[in-house]
Design a protein around this ligand. Structure first.
Ligand code: MG
Length: 336
């Protein structure tokens, strides 16, 4: 790993460079037991139990795109970071950095969208902050959301708990969010009516957790499934083997990715999770996921294996196999 010299766009990719930035700068400066697992939310113990605590900033451009907008993504992203740790969201904050001249009507539209997403998740935005910078010193609107949630006693979901033989379940079609934003940003006019999948997943998570045997969950945002699997593989020391044919991707998104030179396994999502299920529990968990509106297309897409040298491996549809590393560089800046 190289020391961070100067910030480049890739440091915000969610992939290898983001990881290096976090390890070289933030982890070294802030090191503590809650931070160091580097999962979607930190676990913070207090005398009455365990809280999940998370924060995320949103810089997506354009601010509106088919299926969602920056406000919906800001609420869903934070709710999902809490939910995948098994936490029930308690409250959110919202901080706004606005550029002088930003239209008030658009700000109202964005905050109304945040309210709808929060209502859907059953959580309130209870505190916030606003800063305004001079024209040209920011790009319209940036939003930061933080969230706290309560992890009910007995729940312990962590990438470090994944075991050999565990089934990798993907909760639905990948790549829709990234493709929808790219299409809107560059006015590509892609066919297939692809919409962002941004959605709060806490209801889906509760449905899955009714079935015992969930070891871990991660939300599949920047860097896509390939990057998240690399993080989990690194944490538990196991190989993640994925069957290419079993990974759910709509044909519209697959075609769009082919046209744009993107691999759907590396494209960002805002309403999808990957779940690691004990082998005997996978069928029941899959059924529970599929019974929820945000899990209809859930599929078992691979397995965790004990091998000498843990890796993330894709078994291709033509019988070959390919190693999947973390996302390199930055394929889609400002996607969330
Ligand atoms: Mg996350």
């Amino acid at each position: 790993m190289t020391a961070v010299d100067k910030i480049v766009l890739g440091h915000g990719s969610g992939g290898r460079l983001s990881r290096e930035l976090v390890e070289d700068v933030f982890l070294k400066s802030f090191f503590n037991a809650s931070l160091s697992p580097l999962e979607d939310s930190a676990e913070v113990r207090f005398p009455g139990g365990t809280l999940a605590f998370t924060t995320d900033s949103y810089v997506v451009t354009p601010v509106e795109f088919p299926g969602a907008d920056i406000g919906r993504v800001a609420v869903c992203g934070t709710v999902n970071d809490l939910a995948v740790k098994g936490a029930r969201p308690l409250a959110l904050s919202a901080g706004f950095i606005l550029e002088e001249g930003f239209p008030g009507a658009l700000l109202k539209k964005i905050t109304a969208s945040m309210r709808r997403a929060a209502d859907e998740a059953g959580v309130s935005i209870v505190t916030g902050d606003t800063k305004v910078v001079e024209k040209g010193k920011a790009d319209g609107i940036f939003i930061n959301t933080s969230g706290i949630g309560l992890i009910p006693g007995g729940r312990k979901l962590s990438s470090y708990s994944v075991k050999p033989g565990d089934v990798i379940i993907v909760s639905g079609n990948l790549a829709d969010h990234g493709v929808a934003v790219m299409n809107a940003r560059d006015r590509l006019g892609l066919e297939g009516n692809i919409k962002s999948d941004a959605a709060p997943l806490n209801g889906l998570v509760e449905a899955a957790l009714k079935v015992p045997g969930v070891r871990a969950m991660r939300d599949i945002t920047r860097g896509g499934l390939a990057t998240v699997l690399n993080e989990v593989s690194g944490a538990c020391g196991l190989t993640a083997e994925v069957d290419e044919e079993a990974v759910p991707v709509s044909s519209a998104a697959r075609n769009a990715c082919a046209l744009l030179g993107l691999d759907p396994l590396y494209v960002a999502n805002e309403g999808k999770l990957v779940l690691f299920a004990a082998p005997g529990a996978a069928a029941g968990i899959l059924k529970a996921l599929r019974s929820h509106r945000y899990g209809k297309n859930a599929r078992a897409a691979g397995r965790m294996l004990k091998e000498k040298k843990p890796q993330v491996r894709l078994k291709t549809s033509i019988g070959g196999s390919r190693i999947m590393l973390m996302l390199e560089g930055e394929q889609l800046p400002r996607i969330c």
